[in-house]
Design a protein around this ligand. Structure first.
Ligand SMILES: [Zn+2]
Length: 356
């Protein structure tokens, strides 16, 4: 537009087309009172003979520009963009991440930022240009580092492979868009049992993300650290009796079973220590809402147990199961009040009121 420099108009290399385009622009100018300053405009040609170029230049009254040229910070060229041409796009990603100032944001928060900020930025550019694969891989790598470390530079192993994160939720991923096409379509993937949990809105996003990590068994528990040869001894911080693993920490004796016992009493449903997902799926006599609340309670408990385990690792303090469950009850109660879900079933309503 006359006041901006971000408009490109295309037409065939033919005087008639150029005349029509200029005429259309004049009609627009008359209607809106916006007049083109031809001195500020350039006209570009590709594959046009010198004679036609000279004619069109004289007809349009614009000066001839050279190809490639810059548009919105990117190089515009009749050839495919090179990796070098896209450097400014990669820099924009890095700038955006630095601007987010994110070390204290949870994994779930970073995941939202990747979808809403970074992938939107990518979509905008990908609509205009065909980006080279190397650039897409670089952008993926930036998003990956950002998710796990909160910055774009840190190099260390990710907790879960990017391909898994980019799988649809029903196939065990987080449904993040894979910028490099739809790789997950290639192998046939089975639906996962706990997939319905990922869609429960009642759960706090950070608890949901954490529970997803547990389903992937990707937390850096002692058994894994021993396997990686980072530590040599494996002992559970919370009981000091057994070896620490995902199963032991969240679904076995002693600490988690005490917590599960307290929580079972609170919700009035006996939650088993093992095969929780299987048990949850088989709860046919419960209303859907009640099932969702129970899954939310279990996922929150898993999160609190890990928090307690880390507190013990750093400060050597063990939070008693009673205290941990009190915090959990208060958080779930707040969440239920906050979301204010109403059940059509009277019994479920009474049950939920009892939890608040
Ligand atoms: Zn233990």
């Amino acid at each position: 537009m006359p006041d901006s420099d971000d408009l490109i108009m295309f037409c065939k290399r033919d005087k008639g087309y150029v005349e029509l385009m200029i005429h259309a622009y004049e009609l627009f100018s008359r209607a809106y009172g916006l007049v083109m300053n031809k001195g500020k405009y350039d006209i570009y040609f590709n594959g046009v003979s010198e004679g036609i170029m000279a004619d069109i230049e004289a007809l349009s009254g614009m000066k001839m520009g050279g190809i490639p040229f810059r548009y919105l910070g990117m190089t515009v060229s009749p050839k495919r963009l090179s990796v070098m041409d896209c450097n400014c796009l990669v820099e924009k990603f890095v700038e955006r991440i630095r601007g987010l100032g994110t070390r204290k944001i949870s994994y779930a928060g970073r995941l939202v930022l990747i979808t809403s900020v970074l992938h939107t930025l990518h979509s905008y550019w990908a609509r205009i240009f065909i980006l080279p694969k190397t650039v897409i891989h670089r952008i993926d790598a930036i998003c990956r580092k950002f998710l796990w470390h909160g910055k774009e530079t840190k190099e260390s192993p990710a907790l879960v492979a990017w391909d898994i994160i980019c799988r649809p939720k029903k196939h065990g991923g987080l449904g993040l868009k894979n910028l490099d096409g739809y790789k997950w379509l290639q192998p046939a993937l089975a639906n996962v049992r706990w997939a319905p949990w990922v869609r429960i809105k009642l759960m706090l996003p950070k608890h949901k993300f954490f529970a997803w990590l547990v389903t992937q068994q990707r937390l850096l528990t002692h058994d894994r650290l021993v396997k990686m040869q980072i530590i040599s001894e494996n002992q559970c911080y919370l009981c000091g009796l057994h070896e620490e693993s995902h199963k032991h920490l969240f679904f076995e004796r002693v600490y988690s079973s005490q917590c599960l016992c307290l929580i079972s009493l609170w919700v009035g449903v006996q939650i088993p220590e093992q095969n929780v997902v299987q048990w949850w799926l088989s709860l046919r006599d419960r209303s859907l809402l009640k099932k969702q609340v129970i899954a939310t309670v279990v996922c929150s408990l898993i999160y609190y147990i890990w928090e307690c385990r880390n507190k013990c690792r750093i400060e050597n303090i063990i939070i008693r199961p009673e205290v941990l469950c009190k915090r959990l009850k208060s958080q779930i109660g707040d969440r239920l009040r906050c979301i204010n879900i109403v059940s059509k079933c009277r019994a479920t309503t009474v049950w939920m009121e009892g939890l608040q």
